[in-house]
Design a protein around this ligand. Structure first.
Ligand SMILES: [Zn+2]
Length: 323
């Protein structure tokens, strides 16, 4: 059984992060006699660890060798250490100011138990916490892993966006700015721009997390998209690039089809998700058979060209609008 397996067994036997109020008594786990309140994360308190991290009021005794993944920390350990350093349980103490114990606990899990970390990797708070730590302490592999998790929810192409993009979209925009991950911003902005706040249990309070500059971006982008949507509804068969047109027989049927597809569903938690409507049309092979009338072949071709033209414009313009 590995040391980590033994720790996991310990975790099942004892409550996680067992809080020990020391007062002036010694802590029987780390022998600290500091008159402070602290807790040990039992998953990351290794008997043969050689460095102790203090993050908020949590202590972690881990192996220095695991910290090679961080150039900032590793470089720090390479520097000559002052003769008088605080130590706990015979190990030097490093105090991580400005971080949260929860985030570091997740990072240690990634270091010691990548498979366990992967099971949590879809949770926004986990991704955000690890990205902040990975960016601050220059951990390229962890940063890449967190970015991949975020890109799964907010892909660089709006055509790949799914319902997963709606929750935490505002937080993702702020996180992307804070940690310099511009690739997730367009999809997060797009999701936010079509979200209906009257359907949201928080009533749009997530918007308050946006910086004034991002709020301005959101409103400007929303107006441009509304204008694009309005053009389709008013003139469904007018193309920006195609020279052809629909014949007199088919025009009203095809126009009606487009208007129906682009009429927002009032019961939906989002307004017209134009990219999805167009992508679904393509998935359905731009089929017009549900109109109940025969559409001539040239008009079917023109309709197909309109679908591809509009999707191409949106996929190209949304990152420009919101970046
Ligand atoms: Zn026709």
């Amino acid at each position: 059984m590995s040391k980590f397996d033994a720790k996991l067994r310990l975790e099942r036997e004892e409550p996680f992060a067992k809080r020990r109020r020391l007062g002036l008594t010694k802590c029987n786990l780390c022998s600290s006699d500091n008159a402070v309140t602290h807790s040990h994360d039992s998953r990351f308190w290794f008997g043969d660890g050689d460095i102790v991290f203090r993050v908020q009021d949590s202590l972690f005794k881990v192996h220095r060798s695991r910290l090679r993944c961080s150039t900032v920390l590793w470089d720090m350990f390479e520097l000559p250490q002052p003769p008088q350093v605080d130590n706990i349980d015979g190990c030097p103490l490093v105090v991580m100011a400005g971080d949260t114990a929860k985030d570091w606990s997740t990072v240690f899990r990634w270091m010691y138990d990548p498979a366990g970390f992967a099971t949590q990797a879809g949770v926004f708070d986990v991704l955000a916490g690890t990205l902040r730590i990975a960016t601050k302490y220059d951990m390229p592999a962890l940063r890449e892993s967190a970015i991949q998790g975020l890109q799964f929810r907010w892909p660089s192409s709006p055509a790949l966006m799914t319902h997963n993009a709606f929750s935490n979209a505002a937080e993702a925009i702020s996180l992307a700015r804070e940690c310099d991950v511009p690739s997730i911003r367009p999809a997060a902005f797009y999701a936010l721009s079509i979200q209906r706040w009257s359907h949201d249990a928080e009533g749009g309070s997530a918007l308050l997390r946006l910086s004034p500059d991002d709020a301005r971006h959101l409103i400007c982008g929303q107006q441009l998209l509304n204008s694009f949507h309005l053009q389709i509804v008013i003139n469904p068969l007018v193309s920006e690039t195609e020279n052809g047109r629909t014949c007199d027989h088919c025009a009203s049927y095809v126009a009606e089809y487009w208007r129906r597809k682009f009429t927002p569903d009032v019961s939906s938690p989002h307004s017209c998700w134009m990219v999805k409507v167009l992508a679904d049309m393509i998935l359905n092979n731009c089929d017009l058979s549900d109109l109940g009338v025969q559409i001539c072949t040239p008009c079917q071709s023109y309709h197909r060209a309109l679908v591809y033209e509009r999707l191409t414009v949106l996929v190209k313009e949304i990152p420009v609008i919101f970046r």
